[in-house]
Design a protein around this ligand. Structure first.
Ligand code: LFR
Length: 492
């Protein structure tokens, strides 16, 4: 039976229909909309009601197209949340994880609770915008949310609540808060109390692939549609994307490639030790009781922000032209560490890239081609670094890299990734998070017996392009330069 996936990204959302024809999976986009974060006063917010409105449009268009669906699932970016008041109303607009309210907060928290303690309890990497630090930021500025709030819901939980009336957390997204304890398999209430947040905000947690509410009657009446069950899928988009990696045997390395680049491997239990702590790996919950041992890499964010900046300034930002210019530029001239904290917030990327190069004694890139080349080359060098680190911490070796997500439209990126790694890249499917969302709904329905069986169907249903390394020796040599400059940057 067809199912509907809402896949919400940091800059756009879509409603995607999943259909099965002769055991092949087909997908059809029924609605796409932009998701524009909004600055209101000092803070950056998500326009959550706009997203809800667009999701309703998605339900309506599905009906208008005559498509019958048996269930619905929602996935989105992680870590962000809304707070409900005692009467169940949403209090305020959810903050965007790139909002500056968390500046310096992680460091302050780690002065009172050690990183070892938090990592031992949660196995989650230290990112300044994790839910735990966003909550500590609210506490620090004595936000009214702490006095008035009664319940916390992560973004997909919140949207599901609006549509069904059910308040329920979902496992994969819950793990990203850095407040979930994978050994206790529940919220770490001690940690929640330590940061001064009411523990009543955190309720029961659903596993991906379980039913989590019915479309509420107000919405069925408003849209003139029949009631529909909602499934708690892997509501963290990265969890859904990795569920759709078409790897059917052995340990495998993956890269979910979009605004963020998430690189790692799948493990059966979290790996929590000194090495994963010191190299800041995370253990995020996945489908079928798996965990994603991975690192966040800043990804195409720097590239996208640079293009937005040029667009505002009225420059030609034709995508193919920019990639062509980058390919023509002289290789290996300027390197940045994409994960340097200077690149996290929005705005003026070009000058930040140039400043970074000056501070690390490099000639700053000037032309569009040089700047794009610098961004993409640095990114794939970072991929090599994290790929090798993943092999070390997981004590495995991989024969290549599965790349999934919208970023693989960028063929230059895929080609350079293969060259930088000196290993083949298997690119596909593009719509991995929507497909992962869909297959988990089908696992719930019994269409697939296991994640393994579902991945096999993904492999047989979607094209996967192989990129072989080119000029691997030159890339290997240039990697030393990348390591040198990013080490230097660690001290500026
Ligand atoms: C990717 C993603 C990453 C998470 C980041 C912020 O879309 O979900 O996994 O670290 O967004 O939520």
């Amino acid at each position: 039976m067809s199912v509907l996936a809402f896949d919400l990204g940091a800059s756009s959302g879509r409603a995607v229909l999943g259909l099965l024809r002769d055991s092949r999976i087909e997908i059809r986009e029924v609605h796409r909309f932009s998701n524009n974060p909004v600055f209101a006063g000092e803070h950056m917010h998500w326009d959550i009601l706009r997203i809800l409105h667009e999701m309703k449009q998605g339900l309506l268009r599905t009906k208008q197209a005559g498509d019958k669906v048996s269930s619905v699932g929602i996935d989105s970016w992680a870590v962000d949340f809304g707070i409900l008041g005692r009467d169940g109303e949403l209090l305020g607009n959810p903050y965007h994880y790139r909002d500056t309210q968390t500046n310096g907060v992680m460091e302050e928290v780690l002065n009172t609770i050690t990183a070892e303690h938090i990592f031992q309890k949660t196995g989650i990497q230290f990112l300044p915008f994790n839910t735990i630090y966003q909550l500590a930021a609210l506490k620090k500025r004595d936000s009214y949310l702490l006095r008035e709030g009664a319940h916390l819901l992560m973004i997909p939980d919140l949207l599901r609540y609006f549509l069904t009336g059910e308040k329920q957390h979902e496992f994969t997204n819950a793990t990203t808060t850095q407040l979930f304890n994978p050994v206790m398999k529940d919220w770490d209430r001690e940690l929640i109390k330590q940061i001064g947040i009411p523990e009543e905000w955190f309720g029961s947690i659903a596993q991906p692939g379980t039913e989590a509410g019915m479309l509420r009657s107000e919405v069925t009446k408003e849209l003139g549609i029949l009631p529909l069950p909602f499934i708690a899928v892997a509501e963290h988009d990265t969890g859904s994307a990795i569920a759709a990696v078409p790897a059917t045997d052995g340990p495998f390395a993956y890269l979910s490639c979009g605004t963020w680049s998430l690189m790692g491997t799948e493990v059966k239990a979290p790996i929590i030790n000194e090495q994963t702590l010191s190299s800041n790996f995370t253990n995020e919950g996945g489908v079928g009781h798996t965990y994603r041992l991975l690192k966040n890499i800043m990804g195409l964010w720097i590239f996208q922000e640079t293009i937005r900046e040029w667009e505002r300034e009225g420059h030609d930002v034709n995508y193919d032209r920019l990639l062509h210019l980058a390919e023509q530029a002289v290789p290996f001239q300027h390197f940045i560490d994409p994960d340097h904290s200077t690149f996290l917030p929005a705005g003026n990327m070009t000058s930040r890239i140039q400043e970074y190069c000056i501070k690390t004694n490099q000639r700053p890139p000037q032309t569009q081609g040089e700047i794009i080349r610098c961004i993409l080359e640095s990114l794939v060098m970072k991929y090599r670094y994290v790929y090798e680190l993943t092999e070390q911490v997981s004590e495995q070796s991989f024969g290549g890299l599965h790349m999934v997500g919208g970023g693989i439209h960028n063929q230059l990126l895929c080609k350079w990734t293969a060259s930088a790694l000196g290993k083949p890249v298997y690119a596909g499917p593009v719509e991995a998070s929507a497909i992962g969302n869909i297959i988990v709904q089908w696992i719930n329905e019994g269409v697939f017996k296991s994640l393994k069986e579902a991945r096999k169907a993904v492999k047989e249903s979607f094209p996967v392009l192989t990129y072989e390394p080119e000029n691997a020796e030159a890339w290997k040599e240039a990697y030393q330069g990348y390591v040198k400059y990013t080490n230097l940057a660690a001290y500026v």
